[in-house]
Write a protein that binds this ligand. Structure first.
Ligand code: ADQ
Ligand SMILES: OC[C@H]1O[C@H](O[C@H]2[C@H](O)[C@@H](O)[C@@H](O[C@H]3[C@H](O)[C@@H](O)[C@@H](O)O[C@@H]3CO)O[C@@H]2CO)[C@H](O)[C@@H](O)[C@@H]1O
Length: 610
């Protein structure tokens, strides 16, 4: 267990209000703010004042928040659970893809429903909006004793906690979008196991040592009655440390761990001898023990972090119901963990999307804002702006197909490139691909412009403004994934009235309805080493179907656009679902939340780094 080196309270001039500040303008809220005050020295037991809140009191709290008597626009009130999300990425501070998006969007939606919510992630950069808490904790990482420092800010009702250590900041500084896991795509930092061991230990300390006093609903440390939501392999040690370092000493007795799989393709497989680096008891060895036929990073017997996380946590979740089924369907889709997963129940809960960042009515990256009533007028203008931006002939009558994604085998950009050569000359169409990742795939997409100067562009950059312009300006969004746990690209596209053309896998099955909100291509071969000609044909055929609708039945197209845009794709529904799932874990002090509306925007400018 970690040792607190210095634990000073937050200074009131930073966050406003002293450590035990109680809002007295509303007696209900005053009760709420006492909820998490420590009452014993080491127990940090939650004062169960919340039970005194009647439903009426909750409603009053909500009403006063809505009417603006509370600070800001965030509607939160004190009931529910103490939730601690732990991940290697948290958007917008750090994001290489969808994991960062989920950590950015789901926590505020949970907070809106009255839960007390913290995220813990590395401090990869000098975030302008996160302050030094001056709380330091020492922990054993590998053979050394390391000191971490916690930074913090409170945004959209969520405590955003950043773990500061040179293993994160020194490596990544200024390059958060590309260097979170390694110096380049496909190469991992050699000390990733130590980095994420440190993250897991820090995350277990944060709820106990941070005296957070930044809003009127909650104060004091979170205490011990928490649900940890550990995300992906980087957080797999958390349930083990929880058991061996805390629960064995009577701490966190009623805490629970939910382990969420965002992508089974990344498991954290390392040499078996590395187990000793993790400072885990031998009792955990069998959970991590793993054999595969690959030579990387060493031949034969390995440890597998994802396997450990699956077996040692209280419940296993993933990000769509269909992917949950695929994971246990066989070793190809379960990436050699399907047998292990069959020992556990894997529950899929579909992701939402950030409807503030991705809102055509307010999007600052597009020239003309629109909604469901003005989409048909706006889209041709946005298409022209997009064509001009990437240097394609500007012509609103030409259908434009977009693709956005990490250039890994998962996303099928190689299949798409093969398909383009088959359909592009036969059709009056333009295609724009945006992505970063494997160098060979980046070269493939950059080559498109050379081959088809008037019809195709490939931009090998991580470019958020361009992602928004494509999402708004394209007519169709292609998602030819070999596998896709949930997928956010198709959600963003539908919200912008851009019709998705998707492979029939994972969350794409759950979110896109054939002929109603999009087009399905069928499922693809998950074998990544080659491009299956059948899959190329599936893209060609389905693109043909979509272009026929574009060209011949504009009314059907318009209807599909309306169907896409009229859906509620926000985190609201998914957050309610997550609430039920997390309540079922039965962590100490857990109670249902309330109906809430998460409406506070996050100014991204504040997050800018050096
Ligand atoms: N070059 C670029 N420039 C700008 N933005 C870019 C970009 N490349 C990607 N992005 C952005 O990254 C995000 C990608 O999210 P996805 O969920 O579609 O995929 P990802 O595989 O990363 O996430 C994994 O985790 C999520 C979350 O659970 C699952 O939805 C998904 O299926 C799973 O593979 C989107 O916000 C997209 O706009
Ligand atoms: O948000 C996007 C994804 O981010 C995570 O995936 C990263 C993964 O966890 C890292 O291990 C690393 O993956 C590399 C892998 O370790 C290496 O052996 C090689 O196969 O290359 C991989 C890519 O560089 O980077 C991944 C991000 O690129 C998260 O786990 C996923 O769920 C998210 O989809």
């Amino acid at each position: 267990m970690a040792t607190i080196v210095t634990a000073s309270h937050f200074v009131s001039h930073i966050h406003g209000g002293g450590a035990n500040s109680v809002d007295t303008t509303n007696s209900n809220l005053a009760q709420i703010s006492l909820r998490n005050q420590p009452v014993t020295h080491n127990g940090l037991r939650k004062v169960d004042m919340i039970q005194m809140m009647t439903k009426n009191a909750i409603l009053t709290a909500k009403k006063s928040s809505r009417s603006g008597t509370s600070s800001g626009n965030v509607i939160i009130c004190g009931t529910g659970m103490n939730l601690v999300f732990v991940a290697a990425e948290v958007g917008p501070w750090s994001k290489t893809g969808g994991l960062g998006d989920v950590l950015g969007g789901l926590p505020p939606a949970m907070a809106a429903n009255g839960h007390r919510v913290m995220t813990v992630s590395p401090r990869y950069d000098q975030y302008k909006d996160a302050w030094d808490t001056s709380v330091l904790v020492e922990m054993k990482v590998g053979d050394n004793t390391e000191t971490v420092r916690f930074f913090h800010c409170h945004k959209r009702g969520v405590d955003r906690v950043f773990v500061d250590h040179p293993m994160f900041l020194e490596k990544v500084w200024g390059k958060t979008k590309s260097k979170v896991y390694g110096p380049n795509a496909g190469t991992d930092y050699k000390d990733n196991q130590l980095r994420f061991s440190l993250l897991c230990q820090a995350a277990l300390e944060a709820p106990r040592v941070l005296n957070l006093t930044n809003n009127k609903y909650f104060s004091g440390p979170y205490g011990e009655d928490v649900v940890f939501i550990a995300n992906d392999w980087h957080t797999a040690l958390l349930p083990c440390y929880l058991k061996s370092m805390y629960q064995s000493k009577g701490i966190y007795k009623q805490a629970k761990v939910a382990f969420c799989i965002h992508n089974i393709a990344y498991q954290g497989r390392f040499a078996f001898s590395d187990f000793s680096l993790l400072n885990l008891l031998d009792q955990f060895k069998s959970s991590f023990d793993f054999m595969d036929g690959y030579d990387k990073p060493v031949k034969g017997r390995k440890i597998n972090w994802m396997k450990g996380g699956i077996l040692e946590s209280d419940r296993v979740f993933t990000v769509s119901p269909y992917y949950a089924k695929e994971l246990v369907s066989g070793d190809d889709k379960g990436v050699e963990l399907s047998t292990i997963l069959r020992f556990r129940t894997v529950t899929g809960s579909i992701n939402g999307m950030d409807t503030q960042e991705w809102n055509p009515a307010t999007d600052k990256y597009i020239d003309c804002n629109y909604d469901i009533t003005t989409v048909m007028d706006a889209k041709p203008l946005l298409k022209e702006a997009l064509q001009a931006a990437v240097g394609l002939p500007v012509d609103r009558s030409i259908p434009v197909i977009g693709f956005i994604g990490r250039l890994e085998e998962q996303k099928g950009s190689d299949i798409l490139v093969a398909a383009i050569s088959k359909f592009i000359d036969l059709n009056n169409v333009q295609i724009i691909i945006l992505g970063t990742g494997k160098k060979s795939f980046e070269k493939q997409i950059e080559q498109l412009e050379v081959l088809y100067p008037d019809k195709a562009r490939g931009v090998a950059k991580f470019n958020v403004p361009l992602a928004h312009m494509i999402t708004a300006g394209a007519d169709f969004m292609l998602v030819p994934s070999r596998f896709e746990p949930c997928g956010l690209i198709q959600l963003h596209a539908m919200r912008y009235g851009t019709i998705p053309i998707v492979a029939s896998t994972g969350g794409l099955v759950d979110t896109v309805k054939e002929g109603y909100t999009g087009f399905h291509m069928g499922d693809f071969n998950v074998e990544c080493a080659t491009v299956d000609p059948d899959d190329v044909l599936k893209i060609v055929t389905t693109v043909g179907r979509a272009l026929a609708v574009y060209g011949s039945t504009p009314l059907t197209l318009a209807e599909m656009i309306q169907n896409c845009m009229s859906q509620d794709l926000s985190w609201k529904g998914p957050a309610k679902n997550w609430e039920q799932l997390l309540l079922s874990l039965g962590a100490g002090g857990s109670e249902p939340g309330v109906e809430g509306e998460e409406i506070a925007p996050l100014a991204k400018e504040n997050v800018a780094t050096p």
